[in-house]
Design a binder for this molecule. Structure first.
Ligand code: GDP
Ligand code: MN
Length: 390
């Protein structure tokens, strides 16, 4: 789960990582008021779940409350397009008004889980070339990325901060401040079950202090039950509506780029199904797991989610009937498919308890299902159908 910058900064503050003073608002009047209260030059920042706001016009400096009002008026309600939002952009509903900072240097600092290492390590990444995306830094200045891996068994040690500090060529006068930030980052990461905390830029101010000017945080969804205060920060208006609907229906759904929609019970079987779609020369449109003991109601909901993705050109249903028998699944599919107007071809592959009854029900229904027996056969059919021009 992602949160907004202003929320992430509240968390940094709890861990004594210095952030600029500021407040969030959803009106230009609010921006005027906050800027008056702060009594300094301010920066008005669009709050959306995407980076690159600066380049997209979502961040503006304002010398006085009136300018803050104007900036907020321009930014609120705008459709902000950045390299992370896609061409459709994101509507801005909130702005953060903060004391403006006199920047001497912009640094990059993050902590994340290194999934490429087999040891499930955490890794700090830091760079002197802050302000731009880590991907851009990696392209332009790969030699300027410093890494320090942390084993979750032994945890943070001052050695990590020293390694990063040397790599960043940090002035000695900043060592203690920097080490405190690096350490606090680890503590926040572990205690909050984060999967990414990025501070970009972490700036050195003209006054000679370190300050987290922008931050991004992502949390492990499976850890959220332990953090009701973070769960509360969820902003569903920033999320894919289909994924939100899936969460509410208790269905594991992740949208992908292909056009073969899949509905499967069990995560392992869902992964296998996606693999076989690829092997058959197609691309899955989603990962969708209705769960091991999925009910007919849940299948129906999953079905609605699948069919509301306009990219889906064919559907592959792959269900292993255990406790939920194949004949009940078949009835569920028929019922759901007759309620929703099916515009794309659908291949159904059932296996398990009462499979013959299930297949017979599908074949005898007046809806046009393709019934397959083998999994690869089903994948081939679905891919073939997805390529037909309708
Ligand atoms: P992002 O574009 O979404 O990553 O938003 P950031 O908060 O990182 O801001 C982008 C850039 O705007 C920063 O890298 C800074 O160069 C600039 N910026 C942000 N806040 C301030 C500020 O208070 N003062 C100054 N001078 N520049 C700022
Ligand atoms: Mn940034």
């Amino acid at each position: 789960m992602k949160i907004h910058e202003f929320q992430a900064k509240q968390i940094l503050r709890q861990y004594n990582i210095p952030v600029p003073m500021g407040e969030v608002t959803d009106t230009p009047d609010g921006a005027f008021e906050i800027a008056s209260k702060l009594g300094t030059k301010v920066v008005v920042k669009a709050q959306i779940h995407a980076g690159g706001r600066g380049k997209g016009g979502g961040i503006r400096l304002a010398d006085n409350p009136q300018e803050a009002y104007e900036a907020a008026k321009a930014i609120l309600g705008m459709r902000l397009v950045t390299h992370q939002t896609g061409p459709e952009g994101k509507i801005v509903n909130k702005v953060l008004i903060e004391q403006a900072t006199n920047i001497k240097q912009e640094l990059y600092l993050s902590l994340l889980i290194d999934r490429s290492s087999s040891k499930e390590c955490l890794v700090y990444m830091a760079s002197e070339a802050g302000g731009m995306d880590i991907e851009e830094i990696a392209n332009k200045y790969p030699e300027k990325i410093i890494k320090a891996t942390v084993s979750p068994v032994t945890g943070y040690s001052p050695f990590h901060a020293r390694k990063l500090s040397y790599g960043l060529n940090l002035d000695k006068s900043l060592s203690t401040q920097f080490a405190n930030i690096v350490k606090a980052l680890y503590q926040a990461f572990i205690e909050k079950d984060a999967s990414l905390i990025e501070i970009n830029p972490l700036v050195i101010t003209e006054e000679g202090n370190l300050l987290a000017l922008d931050t991004k945080m992502t949390f492990d969804d499976d850890g959220l039950y332990r953090h009701p205060e973070i769960k509360e920060m969820r902003d569903v208006s920033e999320e894919d509506p289909l994924e939100v609907e899936a969460v509410n229906a208790g269905v594991n759904y992740i949208k992908l780029d292909g056009n073969v929609g899949c509905m499967v019970n069990g995560a392992g079987l869902a992964m296998t199904t996606m693999d076989l779609i690829k092997l058959a020369g197609g691309e899955p449109a989603n990962f969708l797991d209705v769960g091991g003991g999925a009910s007919v109601e849940r299948i129906e909901k999953a079905f609605r989610i699948l069919t509301s993705d306009p990219k889906v050109k064919a559907i592959l249903v792959n269900i292993f009937g255990g406790i939920l028998r194949c004949d009940r699944v078949a009835n569920g599919i028929i019922e759901a498919a007759s309620k929703i107007e099916l515009k794309v071809p659908m291949v159904v592959r059932l296996q398990g308890t009462n499979v013959e009854e299930g297949r017979a029900l599908l074949k005898n229904s007046n809806l046009k299902f393709e019934v397959a027996e083998g999994l690869y056969e089903a994948a081939l059919k679905a891919v073939e159908l997805s390529k037909l021009k309708v």
